[in-house]
Design a protein around this ligand. Structure first.
Ligand code: ADP
Length: 606
């Protein structure tokens, strides 16, 4: 017995000795320390007596390379590094929604309060969720019930929009021995589960999860439902699935941020996680100022009630950007696991990749293309692969979806650069923003000729059942007209408008209407910013109807196209956006048919 205690004492002493290391080198956000033989990869450490938060990203014998998430100015060799024996984790519990965090899940408001000014003092520790606040926990299971990992034990009304499900933590299954009801903070025990081996596990609402490890599910399933964003060119032409992955590449000023924000505001996901990766400081300020005042068009409630913002503050070093996308996606997966449809926007992932490049450079790793580390592609793929529609853990067969949309800002808009290429390989939706369109003030500047969505075939049944039998057909017809327009424009540029037949002139006229009356959408106009999918279909169908009805007119000899172009039939296409109901659209199409047959008669009698 004595021996055993002695043994434990030795182990304890050894552990104590291994709990600190000494800094041997500091290079910006990268710190190397020795005496770290027993440390783990991705373990969190506190650097120097200032207790700066860092994460071990490489272990080489006794030396650990640590990515530090705070400014390392004034830190030098010889100072201590303290191990925590924990990997970088996020706190998952009620209270996440409506929060604004920095890249390592510290609530910005609390940081500011603790720092006492707008510049965040180093080494501040604040919990990711309020540990004092009492939440009203309503149990779902009863004493004696058998539960498995992922089963929902009870619920908390986190905000007016989201019911937070408290799930049985991973790797725990057994019989409910105790289940409480009432007001508790996130660290109080709300249930006791007896596992197979007789251990009694106390369960709290708070769970911790390592940010670099995808949360578990029972596997991915086919994403068959589109995520409706209200942006017409996305939903009708290049739709993304609930559980899909998409990217928005575009040069500076093409509208990446506005598009991302517009999706975050209006899309029909139940929870939104918006990660601002330090594109430009004032952009995130816009988000921080604007979001709290926005209302959800689907419910009329404040948007923040379903939103979590992650902002990389400008005085945090690049390493924090690297962590922020993982913090964001882990929180997003947590809500997915409750059975919700979640959307994560990352703006911009190029900054994330640049952070990777900087750290890799400082670690003197062999650089790959354009100085990015050779693992850029695999890291990017790992990140986007966390998107998906899944069967959640638990016995109730619920499904959840996590949609990931990343903006990419290739320097000079050149898509052949490594970050764009790595992203294109793993995302199935490509909304290519076009600098030339943005210059012409055509917004969103999604280029209809180069963009694509590989999800289109997934939605055939959804469109048929929810929108209309001919939605797929109408959108293809409209897109074909735009492609024809591109070819014809080339001819016009070479030989002039006169070379075109009336049929070709009609294609140009209708394509112009598709561009101007359908695709053009002002994200800052309250009425225009969001169009429900059924209205999108009706507008598009009305435009295509004009084309279909008038094509036979064009075959007439001596047909005066100019008069036709100025006729009401064409002119009133501009008013389509103002129509709202099925009746109004039906009336529009009926009137179009009448006008065109009248036109037909007129030209026949002439
Ligand atoms: P990026 O993030 O690609 O650098 P932004 O998203 O900041 O570009 O967009 C630049 C500007 O373009 C915005 O300030 C806005 O004036 C305009 N813009 C972009 N998208 C739209 C849109 N959908 N509707 C209206 N204006 C837009």
């Amino acid at each position: 017995m004595e021996n055993a205690t002695e043994q434990e004492g030795i182990v304890e002493k050894e552990n104590q000795e291994n709990m600190t290391g000494k800094i041997v080198r500091v290079s910006g956000p990268l710190v190397q320390a020795d005496g770290m033989r027993n440390a783990q990869m991705y373990e969190m450490v506190k650097v120097s007596d200032k207790k700066l938060l860092g994460e071990i990203i490489e272990l080489n014998g006794d030396i650990a390379s640590i990515q530090v998430y705070e400014d390392t100015t004034g830190i030098g060799p010889g100072e201590d590094v303290y191990r925590t024996k924990q990997t970088m984790f996020v706190m998952l519990a009620p209270g996440l929604l409506e929060s604004t965090y920095d890249g390592i899940q510290r609530p910005l408001k609390l940081l500011e309060e603790k720092s006492g000014n707008h510049f965040i003092t180093r080494g501040i520790e604040v919990a990711g969720v309020d540990l004092e606040k009492k939440w009203d926990f309503q149990p779902i299971v009863k004493i004696g019930d058998t539960v498995e990992e992922g089963d929902i034990l009870g619920e908390v009304q986190e905000t007016t929009l989201v019911m937070h499900k408290i799930m049985t933590p991973q790797a725990i299954c057994g019989i409910v021995k105790e289940i409480k009801s009432g007001k508790f903070n996130v660290e109080e025990t709300i249930a006791v589960i007896e596992t197979k081996d007789g251990a009694k596990k106390e369960i709290q609402m708070l769970q911790r999860w390592p940010i670099r490890k995808p949360r578990l599910s029972k596997g991915k399933i086919f994403p068959d439902t589109p995520m409706v964003t209200g942006t017409r060119s996305i939903d009708s032409f290049f739709p993304i699935a609930k559980g899909g992955a998409g990217c928005i590449p575009g040069p500076f000023g093409a509208g990446k941020t506005v598009t991302q924000q517009s999706i975050a505001k209006y899309c029909d996901a139940q929870v939104i996680v918006y990660v601002g990766c330090g594109e430009r400081g004032n952009e995130m300020t816009e988000v921080l100022n604007e979001f709290p005042h926005l209302l959800d068009p689907n419910t009329g409630e404040p948007l923040m009630k379903r939103t979590i913002l992650i902002a990389n503050t400008s005085n945090m070093p690049v390493a924090a950007r690297e962590a922020s996308v993982y913090t964001g996606i882990t929180i997003a997966e947590y809500y997915r696991d409750m059975g919700y449809s979640v959307a994560l926007m990352a703006d911009s992932t190029s900054r994330w990749a640049e952070a990777m490049r900087e750290i890799s450079g400082r670690m003197e790793e062999m650089p790959g293309e354009e100085g990015y580390p050779a693992y850029l592609s695999s890291k990017t793929a790992e990140f986007y692969e966390r998107a998906g529609r899944v069967n959640c853990l638990g016995s109730d067969r619920r499904t959840g979806a996590l949609t990931v949309i990343g903006a990419v800002s290739p320097p000079g808009g050149d898509l052949s650069e490594p970050v764009s290429q790595a992203t294109l390989r793993v995302t199935k939706c490509f909304w290519g923003l076009d600098g030339a369109l943005a210059y012409k003030k055509h917004f969103p500047s999604i280029n209809w000729l180069t963009s694509y969505s590989l999800y289109v075939d997934n939605f055939k049944i959804y469109w048929k059942e929810q929108i209309a039998d001919d939605f797929a057909e109408i959108r293809i017809e409209a897109m074909t007209l735009l492609q024809q327009e591109a070819k014809l424009t080339e001819i016009v540029r070479l030989v002039g408008m006169e070379a075109l037949s009336n049929e070709e002139k009609l294609v140009l006229e209708i394509a112009k209407s598709i561009r101007e009356d359908f695709l053009f959408q002002n994200a800052f106009d309250k009425e225009d910013a969001y169009t429900p999918l059924d209205i999108q279909y009706r507008i598009l169908k009305a435009i295509v109807t004009v084309y279909r009805e008038s094509i036979s007119l064009m075959k007439k000899e001596d047909f005066d196209f100019n008069t036709f172009r100025k006729s009401e039939t064409i002119q009133k296409l501009k008013t389509l956006k103002n129509l709202k109901t099925q009746e109004e659209f039906d009336a529009f199409r009926k009137k179009t048919r009448e006008d065109i047959s009248a036109f037909n008669l007129e030209t026949s009698t002439n």
